[in-house]
Design a protein around this ligand. Structure first.
Ligand code: SF4
Length: 499
């Protein structure tokens, strides 16, 4: 892969220069203020303490982008509102991978028309993967004039100047870039309080799987420099974070574009040297680029959790070819065997699509067969639906919807039984866990996660949130384990909400 030589710019330096031009400087409280002490947001909105709301659809990369949007808003002087009706700016960070996520986001755009009628001074912005698609921009121009600002994934770090234009422009401000001209470092991120943090390591994807819109919406692969990644992880450890998840559409491609003979195995090994980081996770992997050396590095570093998410998508070689996945069934199984040989007790999860165009009953049986052979701990399963803008969407789609549905049901029946079998095998054992905190449904129940990324529900223990410990596993369901906290490690002060 050729070296892309994407320049690296500092968000802080670039924004300080922009703000200086606007008459603002970063004050001691971390907010850009003018000579009179008014925040940039206060001047833009005409309100002393404007509020903001960011709504997110989609994957972890979008979650991390929303943290960066909130971080920028905070540095401009916006507070975080607990509800649309108190927000002065609302940003919708959209997802384009599946039709449902797109429909939900555009539904929200429609729903907010009323709020804009009642409060025309609210600034409504739409960003994320959906706006990288020209048909979405055309739709928003034509059908959603109440949206003030439309921008994409490649310029979300340009929020201060985008907002200045949006507040000044009468008409809808649209600024979507096909490719990011630079990798932007030291973006302020408003991270969730606690001990777990996302760390982007590579942006974009060059794999062009025929069913996937991501290469269109996220652009070419651009790796962050290793030193910048490790420095960020060090800062997180110093701030009290104990678990980092290295993020990318395809983390295993990391480094290919840097031309330095440094790849994801090297990055994992370097991140594992950072004191204070107890657990390292990474997502999303691509079997095609998951080298044996990467498995060896996982095996050699106890900080790196033994959970491998290896999206296989299909068990049929010809369907894998049509998907442009770049590996065969045999190569995938070799990788699985290598993982199992080097990392005993590893959990292996996957993604599978059924009903891909021209998939026959034999192709589907090959998928069922592979699922039985691997014995995945868990799988995210989908029936194929064409995504506008992808190569496969232009192909005939002869598999009838009811057949797709039946295949999904047959696959789920096999996988659910397998997931349950894996969980049941753990009942009576103890596992190292990170206690997350109160479950959404019941505050008397805490959620915890094992190194193998299993969800464990435990009775609430005061002060256990954000702490590592050991849980005795007492019962199993298909996706969830139940247990009791047996011991909690010395309290590690989690990070207060940053930004
Ligand atoms: S590897 Fe394939 S499925 Fe994954 S983001 Fe890239 S193009 Fe999409």
């Amino acid at each position: 892969m050729e070296r892309l030589d994407v320049p690296v710019v500092s968000y802080n330096a670039r924004t300080a220069a922009f703000m200086a031009g606007e008459g603002f400087a970063l004050a001691a409280d971390g907010v850009y203020r003018d000579a009179a002490g008014r925040s940039y947001a206060a001047v833009l909105t005409g309100k002393p303490a404007p509020g903001s709301a960011v709504k997110t659809w989609g994957c972890q990369m979008n979650e991390a982008d929303s943290e960066a949007l909130l971080g920028q808003l905070r540095q401009m002087g916006y507070g975080v509102s607990d509800g649309d009706d108190r927000a002065d700016i609302i940003l919708l960070n959209t997802c384009a991978v599946r039709g449902t996520a797109a429909e939900h986001a555009l539904g929200e755009v429609g729903r907010l028309r009323r709020l804009k009628t009642e409060r025309p001074d609210v600034l409504l912005g739409v960003c994320g993967c959906l706006t990288q698609m020209p048909e979405t921009v055309a739709y928003l121009r034509q059908h959603a004039p109440h949206v003030d600002l439309v921008f994409g994934t490649n310029n979300l770090d340009d929020l201060p100047s985008l907002l200045r234009r949006a507040y000044r422009d009468e008409a809808q401000t649209v600024d979507v870039w096909a490719q990011s001209p630079a990798t932007v470092e030291d973006l302020p991120a408003a991270r969730a309080a606690g001990v777990r943090a996302w760390v982007n390591v590579i942006y974009g994807c060059d794999k062009y799987c025929t069913y996937c819109i991501v290469p269109t919406t996220r652009g070419r692969e651009r790796s962050r420099r290793p030193g910048d990644v490790v420095a960020e992880v060090r800062r997180l450890a110093a701030a009290g974070y104990r678990e980092v998840t290295l993020l990318g559409q395809n983390v295993n491609s990391y480094g290919h574009d840097l031309g330095a003979g440094y790849d994801f195995a090297d990055l994992l090994a370097d991140v594992a040297q950072v004191d204070g980081i107890r657990w390292i996770r990474y997502t999303t992997s691509h079997p095609r680029d998951f080298t044996p050396r990467m498995v060896e590095v996982v095996a050699a570093h106890p900080q790196i959790c033994e959970h491998f998410h290896l999206p296989v998508q299909s068990g049929s070689d010809r369907v894998l070819r049509w998907m442009n996945r770049g590996y065969t069934r045999a190569q995938y199984l070799d990788l699985v065997h290598h993982v199992r040989r080097l990392v005993p007790g590893a959990s292996i999860t996957t993604d599978i699509i059924v009903g891909f165009p021209r998939e026959t009953e034999d192709d589907f049986r090959a998928t069922l067969d592979l699922v039985a052979e691997v014995g995945f701990d868990n799988a995210f399963t989908f029936q194929y639906s064409p995504r506008a803008g992808t190569p496969a969407a232009r192909w005939e789609d002869p598999v009838p919807p009811e057949v797709k549905h039946q295949r999904l049901e047959r696959l789920n029946a096999v996988q659910y039984a397998e997931s349950r079998r894996h969980n049941e095998a753990l009942v009576g054992t103890a596992a190292e866990v990170l206690v997350e905190g109160p479950s959404r449904k019941d505050p008397a129940v805490f959620t915890a996660r094992t190194r193998t990324n299993r969800l464990v529900l435990v009775p609430a223990v005061e002060g256990a949130g954000g702490r590592f410990g050991r849980a005795r596993l007492t019962a199993a369901q298909t996706w969830t384990l139940h247990g009791e906290i047996e011991a909690l490690d010395e309290e590690t002060p989690g990070a207060p909400r940053a930004g």
